[in-house]
Structures are given as C-alpha cells and as structure tokens.
Design a protein around this ligand. Sequence first.
Ligand code: M6R
Length: 596
Amino acid sequence: MCGIFGIVVEREQPLGQILTEAGQRLSYRGYDSVGCATLSGNGTIDLRKDVGKVDEVATRLNFGAMSGQRGIVQLRWATFGAPSQVNAQPHLDSDGDLVGAHNGNVVNNIELRQQFIAEGMTVRSTNDGESCIHAVERYVDRGYGMVEAIRSAYQDLEGDYAFIIGRAGEKQLYAFKKGSGLVVGIADGATCVSSDLPSILPLTRRILRVQDGEIVILWADHVELRRVEDGSLIEREVEEIAESMESVRKGGYAHFMLKEIHEQPQAAAELFHLLEASRHVAPMVERMAQARHLYLIGCGTSYHACLLGSVYLARLAGRAAVPVLAPQFIAQYGSAIGEEDVGLFVSQSGETKDVLNAMEIARQHGMGVLGLVNVPGSTLMNESERYLPLACGYEISVPATKTFMNQGLAFLYLALRMGGHATDVLARLPNLLEETIATVDPQLGPAEQALADRQDMYYLGYGATYGIALEGALKLKEITYAHCEGILSTEFKHGPLSAVQEGYPIVFVVGPEDVSLLVSAINETTTRGGRAIVIGEKNPRLRANAHDMIILPQAGPLLSPLLAVVPLQLLAYRLSLARGYDPDFPRNLSKTLTVD
Ligand code: M6R
C-alpha cells in the first residue's frame, strides 16, 4: 500500500519542500523508498528517488532544490520487487516525456512488461507502477491525446490501483482510479491529488472524492472529472472537510483498530487479486509440498493464523503441517530438523525477534525458509528464500486485525492451490466480510453486557475455529486487560469446566461442520449454570441451545472461520472502550517485539 501525492501550481516555483512535507504526511502508511518528480514550464522533468526514509532521502538527494509547475511524490511499500532505487517511484516512460507514480497493485504486471519490451519500450524496473506509465505511453505513441491514452491504458491495467501522471510541456496533471483511494484538493492557485486525505488537508479543506472508473485532470485553477468509459464530463460538488486532522487520519473512525477492522474487505480483495496473478505462489506451494516436515512458525496472532493454516493444508491438500510458536520451535524441534524440512515463518512485522531467532536456527540446520509477511523491506522479507506479502498496508493499532485476516486468506489460498482446487471460493470473501461487519455489529449487545464486568472467561473453538477462539481471546486480553483463555472445546471438560457457575460466560466459535459436537459442549456448560454465547452460521440447534447467538452470513466451512474472527475483534474493541482503555495502544505492549 503505497502513498501518492501530486500538485499543480500556476507557475514555476520551488516545490521540493511541499512535496517532502506531503511525503512526511503519507509516511504513516509505511514505506521503504521515496521519490519526487517535478515538471517545469520549459518541458524538463527532474526525478529523484531512492530507498530510505523521507527525511533522509530528501536531504541526501536535495529535494529542497527541486522546482517546477507540477510535482509528484510517492512512498513505495514493496510487495513484489525488492525495495531498490530502480523500483522506487515515480517512473519515466521510454523517452522521459511522461512521469508518474501509483498506489496499489497491477496484477498483470509481468505480462504487460513483456508486451512493452516486445513493443520496443524501455522498461527499467520490475515495479508494477512502471507498467502504468508504459500503458499510457503505448497510446500516446499512437497519437492519442492524454485523456484518450489514459482511457485505453485503464483497460489494459488489471488490479486495484490509483495513478498520477504528468507530461512534459503541458500545464496539467492527470490521475485515475481503479480500486485504491484517490482524493482531490482544491486550494487557492493550486490543486492537488493524493491517495490520502491527511496529506491534502494542510493545503486545503475543499476536496473531491474520485470514484473507480474516473479520470481527474488538474490545472492550477480548476479540475475536471471524466468517465473512463466514454470520456464524458462528471459534475461533482466540492466537499468541505470539517473534521480534525487526527480524526481524518483515522478515516473518520474513533480508533485505528476500528478503521483496520473495516479495512478487511478491501485488504482481502487486494491480496486475493495479487495472489491470483503472482508467479511466487506456484514455487512456494511446490517447496511446501515437497518438504519432509513442514512447520508453520509465528508468535501471537500470527501463530493463531498458523493454527488455521495447518487445518486448511491438511483438509484441502492432505499436507500435514506443524503449527508452532517460534521459541518453542527451537526448544522442541531444534534437534530434529534438517535440510529436507521447510519452515513457513509468519509475521506481520517481519521483525519479531522470537521469529527471527527461530529462522536463524532453521537456516543453520539447512532448512528451507519461507515467509508470509506484511512489512516490506523487513528482515523476514529480505532473508527468506521466498515470501508472499500480506499486502495489508500499514497496521497501526497494536492489536493485529487485518493482517490476521490476510494471513488466514493466504493460508487458504496456498492450501487450495496445493490440493489442486479452484481458488474462486475466495473471491466471495470480501463481500462476505462486508456483510459480516454490517450484520454482526448490531448483534453484539447481549454478549457485550455478559462480558462487561468479567475478569476471566473462556473462548472455545474446534477444528478450524480453534485458532479463531485463541485469536479472539488474545484480542480480548490484549485490550481489556481481563483474563480470557482460548481452548479446544473438547478440552473444557478436562479441567476448566470447574470454573463454571451461575452466569459464567463462555463464548463458543462454531464452524458449520461442528455443530453437533459443539452443542454437546454448550450443554456441558449451560447445565452447570454457564451462559453460552455462540458465534456461528444460522442454525436452529445452535439457537435453541445458546443464551446469546451472533449469527454469521452463510459462508461454508472454509470461509466461516475467517468471518468468525470479526465479531471477536469488534467485541474486544467495544469492551476495551467500555473499560476506559485505548484499544490502539494497550499498556505494556508494543506493535513490534524486537527483544527476546
Ligand atoms: O509482527 P508479528 O506478527 O510477528 O507479531 C507477533 C505478535 O507479537 C503479535 O501478533 C501480537 O500478538 C499482536 N499484537 C496481537 O494482536
């Protein structure tokens, strides 16, 4: 998830400082490289970019000296293609007449690059943002005007992205959008466009939101919106933004956690499209399939995704995979591992010390080291033999939410591919997540009340929902400071059942295939006075046996566990607020644990 910003002013002026500051405001999204381009009135383009942080690259490459009548800044968050100077954005076309930068993923990048090379264009990087520029160049070279060229390029570029482009010798910038966010700002004597509202607000509070399938043309004193479909003009009222900067950064949500929960459908859609087009999946699947022993290794939430992943791999591909907490991997399997084994290391940050320690041991034993990781340029991403990105963008809230969702999605995708199954079941996930968020929120009241004052409780799951119960319990512990234990439902009777007395709440996460088994477990607790809160698909037997039921959309056994985590995230969030805590930054915890 990169960040882009472009500005158009009336006449040539220093733009380096404005672009650097816009880059600083985009930096909360996370990034590995930064680039600035300015286009001056005399037709020249000044492009400076490199790997590093905004301030450091801006000083080293002297962004402050850049001037022009138009400017673009981009912060790159690498998915595929190493963080490098050449892959950093913006990019030039073959002749250096066009310059542009994107946010998002162009999923047919590899095919497009081959076409561009065959057509004689100069392709300099492996970054998909460069494909956007050549896709426009292709039609400009055929004599199309910019808007017509963009309309045609839009048809060629598959994926979710937004793109800003400028042409030497003109006065305007262009931007277009398919999937990723894009917003226009209208100031006095200047217009700007960005992936992020917060990068615009210090310049102006008058904005226009661009929709998918729209092109925006920016001059210093006005903007024009046109439909990609037929080039026709669109009328849209300018909005005045009254909210505070902080609230805008949170996308209008009260906390980053809530924002990130709501981002799950979009993040899932983007990852699914990325995986469908990825050439990294097949070799990764092959490596995992051929391993003597396959270990899925992570900590905290990432470990819970490994639990779910191990169920998917066994069910769909007949592949046994051992989910293991990273430090326990060393303690338990350190003397049993060898060159024929493979470890899939799972981490949002890619910097968790426990995970990196385990990776180092695996490497010392000659094991294959694969990664599933969100943060580009992280140690896990750089040092694994092969990785898949989680493509969630920056997760600011300490409790992991959208990264868990995409870890689960990635595991399901790998398992489907390894088992030779179609992957289209996953195409339903984004809409089902939307529906889940919308429908479970109003159902949470009774569960919230039942758990409000409790200092200890249990979350129970079975099979695929075992990892989900553990994940829900971790969310609750992390941000309410209450004790909550997630365990296998069948284990409850082996000890914890003794805790149950009148009104004691137990949350059951029930997969559609496990209703009979879980109904027994529910009754073991309710007959002793326990209060059963059940999360599952609509089912009369569950309804009849539960005190409170949170109904999930009908999604079937593969997707239902992923949906089930959503009410648990929301419940933890609400209970945290009810107790007066800040769910984004729980006490004693940090987002990335780089210590032993
Ligand atoms: O960055 P990682 O995925 O390696 O982090 C592992 C855990 O520290 C992390 O998942 C932690 O449990 C979360 N804050 C839970 O929400």
